[in-house]
Each structure stands twice: as C-alpha cells, then as structure tokens.
Design a protein around this ligand. Structure first.
Ligand code: PMP
Length: 356
C-alpha cells in the first residue's frame, strides 16, 4: 500500500515528479551527466531555470513589473531580508500576528526598525484571522502570513491597505490565484506546494526597491539578486529543477483554477467529516479555516494515540499535530489528491464506529 503523506513540510509532491527527478540525478535528459554535477552556467541548467521562471509567471499571471527570484536560506531568511531591504532609517512597518511564523517575522524585523503589531490572534491561540485593525498610512509596509501552517488558519482575502503589502505565502502559494495589484513582495519557501526544501521563491515589484539606498551584504540585497537573475552565487540547482517539474505538473493539471477547485473539494470533505464526527473538533474558527493545513483535536484526549496508530496502520503518515495546537494536522497540499483525503475520512468514520 502506497502511503499517504499528510506532513506539513517538507511534504508530498507529485509521484511523477519524484520519478523524473530521480532520473535526472542519474542521467539528465540523455546528457550522460547527473544534474547534480552540472554547472549552473551550463546551457542545460540555464534552460531549466528559465522554464521555472516562465512557469511561475504563467501560472500565477505575474505582471511584468515583478521580478521572480529563486533564493536560498528558506522563508526564514526573508523574515530579515524584507525589513533590511525595505526599511530605510527611521521608517516603521506594520505586522499582523497570526501564529508562530508571523511571530518570527516580527522578531526578526525588530532588529531593523520600529515594528507595530497592528492585529493579533495570539490571545485565542491563533484560532482565527483578525478582521478589524487600522494600518497608519505612513508605515512603509504591512506584512502578513497568508496561511498559518501550524494553526490551520488562512486569510480568505488579502488585507485591504493603502501601503505596500508583503506576504509570506510559504504554505499556500500556487493553491489559489493571487491579485498582484495588491502586493509588492511575496515570498514562499518551496517545501509545500512547490518543491523540495532548499529554495525560496520571491516575487518582488521592482519599484519597491527604488528608495533602497543602504549598502547591504550582497547575498542579502534583492537588487544584486535581480541584477544577476538569481545567479549571484551558485543557486540551489536541484530544488529549482524539482520545482520546475512540479510547475509543469501543475500546468498539465489545468493550472491554478483547476487546483483551486480540487483543493476546495478536499478541504470540504475533511472539514465536513470533522464537523459531523462526534469524536473530533476543529481548531480554527470555520470562516478562517485553511484549505492547506487542517487542524483538529479529539474531544477525549486519551484516544489521541489510538487514532494516530490507526491512521498509521492504514498508511496515513504525518498527522500528529504541532505541539502548540496538539491533536492532529492534515496537510493537504496541491499534490494530495482526493483519494488521500477520502482514506483519512474513512479512518475517522471507522474509528467513531469502534469507539461508540
Ligand atoms: N513561513 C511559513 C508560513 C512556514 O510554514 C514556514 C515553515 N514551514 C516558514 C515560514 C519557514 O520556512 P523555512 O523553514 O523555509 O525557513
């Protein structure tokens, strides 16, 4: 029985991508060389890189005012690169705190300027997305995390502000359309919907850097990465290649509108079961539920281990919840098909029957 992987990240990728990636490790497209031993300046890799950039642009309909970068250092490096590059002396930035990753972004930004947390759901263990807040017009930007991987909440629409908007979309990029007119900078670690760990996608409106005058270390300066088309240093070639394969897969499936429909159907199936099943309850308030990370607990906590064991017996892996929420988390990223969620739902039903 093939296992179904519900891990939060690194996480499931399409089977055919694993197959193609493994072939490229041994013999890249008939060249007689492994992709792992090729120069990043080799024409063969430059083509991979160009295809990856062009698929990002095509699938997300990225406007021409934006640059597409593939950087290293994880989304966590964007927590400091964003304020380092965008905040000039004396400028302030606003942040919305919706969980662990937003909190980390805030902590890092505080090293580079004055940060105002304009809204937070911390007092209710981050079970919802704050709705009412003011963002002063003189702030340089507003930062928010579009999907909260740990708590299982998701912004259903972007915050409405008149200042530049920056978003960490690590755990929901490529799952739904993005209205680029609202954004100035978007970043996402690859290891959920895009590819393996080791590369971070950054989409940046060129004009947001116009006022940047600080001298920064080269590796931390967006302008240097833009000028060198992400090849100022050796880029993470293999993660970029696998990301490109995943984007090809997504395109063949019908692109963002098709995957969004599939994601909605998967999430509905699972949340309906959580709401119906007498043993379980959801963590996030219904209107802010994530379509990527479904967090839920079992009312009788003494049954938690039994349920996890039953999931594993039936080939469902990676369901243990993060320690800050407890219970379970089913990450149902793009590469998970409906049958994976159906398997989990049927285990939940059987478990209820057994415990009645
Ligand atoms: N932001 C979000 C929303 C995440 O889920 C994660 C990690 N899972 C990160 C940031 C940190 O990413 P990385 O480990 O790539 O630094």
């Amino acid at each position: 029985m093939r296992k179904v992987n519900f891990s939060a990240g690194p996480s499931i990728l399409p089977q055919e991508v694993f197959q193609q990636a493994s072939e490229a490790v041994l013999n890249f497209e008939g060249t007689g060389l492994s992709l792992l031993e090729m120069s990043h300046r080799d024409k063969a890799f430059v083509q991979v890189y160009e295809e990856a950039v062009s698929l990002v642009k095509e699938l997300l309909a990225v406007p021409s005012e934006f640059e597409v970068l593939f950087l290293s250092g994880g989304a966590s490096s964007q927590f400091f690169m964003v304020p380092m590059n965008l905040l000039q002396d004396g400028e302030k930035a606003a942040y919305i705190n919706t969980g662990t990753w937003s909190t980390k972004a805030i902590d890092e930004a505080q090293l580079f300027g004055e940060i105002a947390v304009v809204a937070s759901s911390k007092s209710s263990n981050f079970n919802h997305i704050p709705k009412h807040y003011d963002v002063p017009a003189h702030f340089r930007y507003l930062h928010y995390t579009s999907n909260n991987t740990i708590y299982g909440t998701q912004f259903q629409s972007e915050p409405n502000v008149s200042i530049p908007l920056v978003s960490d979309m690590s755990s929901d990029i490529f799952s739904r359309p993005i209205d680029f007119s609202k954004f100035d900078l978007i970043y996402a670690g690859a290891q959920k919907n895009l590819g393996p760990a080791g590369v971070t996608l950054v989409l940046i409106r060129r004009s947001i850097l116009d006022r940047q005058s600080k001298k920064l270390p080269s590796m931390l300066d967006y302008r240097i990465h833009i000028a060198n088309e992400s090849m100022y240093n050796t880029p993470p070639v293999f993660p970029i290649y696998v990301s490109m394969l995943t984007l090809r897969w997504l395109k063949a499936l019908g692109g963002i509108s098709a995957i969004q429909l599939r994601n909605d159907a998967k999430a509905k199936l699972l949340y309906d079961e959580i709401d119906r099943n007498s043993l379980f309850q959801g963590h996030a308030v219904p209107e802010d539920r994530s379509r990527m990370n479904v967090t839920f607990t079992i009312k009788d906590a003494s049954l938690e281990k039994d349920f996890l064991a039953k999931c594993e017996e039936n080939g469902c892996e990676g369901l243990k919840g993060h320690r800050s929420v407890g219970g379970f988390r089913a990450s149902i990223y793009n590469a998970m098909d409906l049958s994976g969620v159906e398997r989990l739902v049927s285990i939940m039903k059987q478990f209820e029957d057994e415990k009645k």
